[in-house]
Design a protein around this ligand. Structure first.
Ligand SMILES: [Zn+2]
Ligand SMILES: [Zn+2]
Ligand SMILES: [Zn+2]
Length: 278
């Protein structure tokens, strides 16, 4: 299984659109891995996770085979993860697609409703875009993966989920836009009976000592979650832990600084374009 991170920032991006803070100014000067676009990832070049407005930029930069991809799973309906107007570009006259199969979006209630509104507004055929409503804790199969959406602790109105993605012996937990999981979600994870190969966590606040709201994490909380996951058998000492989804408001969030701080503690810092194959 291969995950490629396409976008690794929180909603504003780094540098943040319209921002004059020191982090954003320094990021622009440093460039490289310090530049982060909005959240998206792709598994094995065939399963897309999230659909932000930056999808087009990712397609250009990483040559993602968007014409071939037939499935996209949506974590929640915030605009840095779902930009429904763009689906019009996959309809007749805007794209010429030879494979014949629609692109299917799997989304929980809020994202599903936003996508359904776009389908209606732009009169998109189900031969081009297909929608499936998913529910937390109800596994489904697509493109050869068994996918379990698990309730995230994030803005309820956005119907937030994280995803356990399994194929044969390989597994990935893709978990951002969540703070610590509720009991029901922890029970669901334990019931999957895996140490996951890769666990990708929200680290929106980086080294900020306190997370001032519910819905995201900082590094200290990620480290505590790793300990808990190992204790519960959700992870083991071979699990690759990746920190992802960074905000310019985080402390030490510049990649070049943060990566050094967490590397010794056994964490990988995501960056746009990072590929992990396992
Ligand atoms: Zn986000
Ligand atoms: Zn800024
Ligand atoms: Zn969000």
């Amino acid at each position: 299984m291969k995950i490629q991170y396409l976008g690794t920032a929180a909603a504003e991006g780094i540098p943040a659109i319209f921002c004059e803070c020191e982090t954003c100014k320094r990021t622009k000067l440093l460039g490289g891995k310090n530049i982060r676009t909005r959240s998206q990832a792709v598994i094995d070049d065939r399963l897309l996770i999230d659909f932000p407005a930056d999808t087009y930029a990712h397609y250009l930069k990483w040559n993602i085979p968007l014409d071939k991809i037939k499935a996209c799973i949506i974590t929640h309906s915030h605009s840095d993860h779902l930009y429904p107007a763009e689906i019009q570009m996959r309809s007749a006259g805007f794209a010429h697609i030879n494979s014949g199969k629609p692109l299917t979006f799997y989304a929980a209630e809020s994202g599903y409703n936003m996508l359904a509104d776009a389908v209606k507004k732009y009169n998109i055929s189900e031969n081009d875009i297909n929608l499936k409503l998913i529910k937390p804790f109800e596994s489904f199969e697509t493109e050869g993966y068994v996918i379990t959406p698990i309730k995230a602790t994030h803005d309820e109105k956005s119907s937030p989920v994280i995803y356990a993605i399994e194929k044969d012996e390989k597994s990935l937990l893709y978990a951002n836009d969540t703070s610590e999981l509720c009991e029901e979600s922890m029970a669901c994870l334990k019931a999957l009976e895996r140490p996951f190969n890769v666990i990708s966590l929200d680290c929106t606040e980086a080294n900020r000592p306190i997370v001032p709201y519910i819905g995201h994490l900082n590094f200290n909380k990620c480290a505590a979650i790793r300990d808990e996951f190992i204790k519960d058998g959700i992870a083991n000492d071979k699990t690759i832990f990746v920190l992802n989804h960074f905000s310019h408001n985080g402390i030490n969030v510049i990649y070049d600084e943060f990566e050094k701080i967490v590397r010794d503690k056994g964490f990988v810092t995501s960056y746009d374009g990072l590929i992990i194959e396992y």
